[in-house]
Design a protein around this ligand. Sequence first.
Ligand SMILES: Cc1ncc(COP(=O)(O)O)c(C=O)c1O
Length: 379
Amino acid sequence: MKLGTKYIHAGMEPDPSTGAIMTPIYQTSTYVQSAPGQHKGYEYARSQNPTRKALEDALAIIENGKYGLAFSSGVAATDAVIKLLVPGDEVIAANDMYGGTYRLFTRVFEKFGIKFHYVDMQDVKNIELKVNANTKLIWTETPTNPLINITDIAAVATLAKKSNALLCVDNTFASPYLQNPLDLGADIVMHSSTKYLSGHSDVIQGALAMNDADLREKLYFIQKSCGAVPGPMDCFLVLRGIKTLHLRMKQHCDNGEKIAHFLRGHPAILKVYWCGFEDHTGYAIAKKQMRGFGGMMSFTLKDDSMENAYRVLSSTRLFALAESLGGVESLINHPASMTHASIPKEERIKIGLTDSLIRLSVGIEDAEDLIEDLNRAIG
Ligand SMILES: Cc1ncc(COP(=O)(O)O)c(C=O)c1O
């Protein structure tokens, strides 16, 4: 099945009680049993909900996995993966990734005795150097947020297997339309469904997909025991979002390419971070493991001052100054003070996340209007 057909039909069965073509929003907390223990597979909505079940089936299908699990946010999905570990276990994570993931690891899980190593995952050797007998998980994000660095998923998967560690890939930036980490050997794929999967900036949600039944049981146990489940209305919205993922992603990619080239040619701009440039360090790997280069990019200004960055950030009219990404509308963001403010300044600067770095989530408006907006704002 081709991607568009798959996204429209994934997890969809006509509702058994009415034949409704759209999955109903089962807004219920519990299910009536005819006798104790006699029920239709649904007991209590933290454990099971038919709208969530349809979405979880869809999540598995769109990531070429066997199982999907939906969570109340992307960080809740990440939290569930880390809860597979016990004190003394070690994790190797990317040194350039979403700031909230870094905050969860350092501020919440370190105090439970889990050790995190942060390395530049553009070179697999850096990961290999940190592997030891306690390494239980490798956590990568590719392309990274916000520096658009690329990790070779297949190479890291080989290393993870050899090291008896799980590999989890945060696939939020690429979306399943551009990249399927399970096909490349990852054990778990994670999404902030808030972003491209929902696609309309109207829901907070997270997802995991996997192939291994035992792993699914462990993660399902955490999902229902810890309780970070999404409501049925939000599951419905993500299910609806998935149906147009291919159309939106095509447009994000087309607009992304036009805007990246426009920015690169602009005299006031110092550097553009976008993995579709042939001279991007990760280009060859991106070309190998992705179906396109997406609409996420960052740039720095030649006048590398905070004031200049703030001037640009406050001058766009179409690009809205906001956290988040992956919606139909274009967003502009300042990682140092917004999405990545939780990373200490010295750590940020070390990896190139400078004070004047500006991140764009290029939406699906008309590219000419977006370019005009940026041109005016950059000046
Ligand atoms: C790459 C990435 N992973 C995870 C998350 C966390 O997801 P959520 O905000 O849905 O909890 C985000 C949020 O911005 C993100 O950009």
